[in-house]
Design a binder for this molecule. Sequence first.
Ligand code: SF4
Length: 403
Amino acid sequence: MLKALLLYLQKLRLKYSTSLNVKEGKLPNQGYLTDIQKVKGINKTELDALQPVLNKFSFRAHEHYLSLINWQNPDDPIKKIIIPNLQELEKWGRLDASNEKDYSIMPGFQHKYTSTAVMLISNVCGGFCRFCFRKRLFLHPEMNEYIQDLEPVFSYIEAHPEINNVLLTGGDGLILSTSKLKTIISRLRQINHVKIIRIGTKLLAFNPFRILNDENLIKLLSAYSLPEKRIYIMTHFNHPAEISQPTLKAVQLLLKAGVILANQTPMLKGINDSPYILANLFKKLSYIGIPPYYVFICRPTIGNFSFSVPIEKALEIFQKAQMMCSGLAKRARLTMSHASGKIEPVALTDKHIIFRYHRAADDSTSGDIMLFKRNPNAYWFDDYQEIVDTYAYQKPYRCFGPE
Ligand code: SF4
């Protein structure tokens, strides 16, 4: 009797573990909403109050993501990420806080770090994060700040053998149809020095059905994520509550397809600026096979002040969160995508803060250390005025270059 039961349980387990396929993801009648009046959890009074924000900044969300909101909780993290709030009208910041235009070779194509090229391939996302640092793409779609003509971009990459990895982003890198993605990815694979193709996406949180319901996407990723040249999916989870059951299935499909996953998130006030929540996010990501990669200091972007955490506070939260994690869960780095490069706040003393250029636009300064007098009110690198000491490495690290 016991043997029969064990056999039955084993069959059940086998059936379950092999049952994952793209068709299982189908969930009809869910789609994208751009009309906030269709969101069931917001009443008319709230909508009226939000009108000035809606006049200025667009709204977009997927019904799957909206279904994760607990409307009874005024501090619900998903709600804060996707539902407009009045504080977005607070005057602060710029539209292009990292001066991306200075590194743009042509509209939608950037080459800032020697080995990395960035292709903005769309100006749409699976939802509009209220804290988006590239909201200029949605605010001014008429500017067409994404790539319209692919061939000059490929020619540039071909002529620059130092580019060993290309990031496809936007907008969201996976929002494009699979056939369009295939055109881009297959062409990049013809360029031998491009080893890594990264795709930046928040669709695993916003709409995992984009992955679950498209067998051809999985085939495409599987065909072009090669043993010596991987495709990386750069996920964007801000809070553990975004990791739903469909998300887990989509992650499993991607891992099976042979892509590498890594997560990036800004540190966001009221969403993940707690060591416990951040540690939980790191842990949960590490359990499901997504190494935490970057935690960003919020760029000073228009509309984003209410999400921003001062740098020194962010560093303390980040370090406390890391202390709660195993080595695998604490692989993230805290960084600022400053116009001059990726700057890592490394450590605090009573009087000073230490920064390091994780990667500088001028590569001869990559790795350099800078010691500043503390400023607890600093939200960005430019807010530090009193430099105390520097240490320049004579031979900057180089993990790239013609091979
Ligand atoms: S997913 Fe990224 S690009 Fe898209 S709205 Fe969110 S922050 Fe902006």
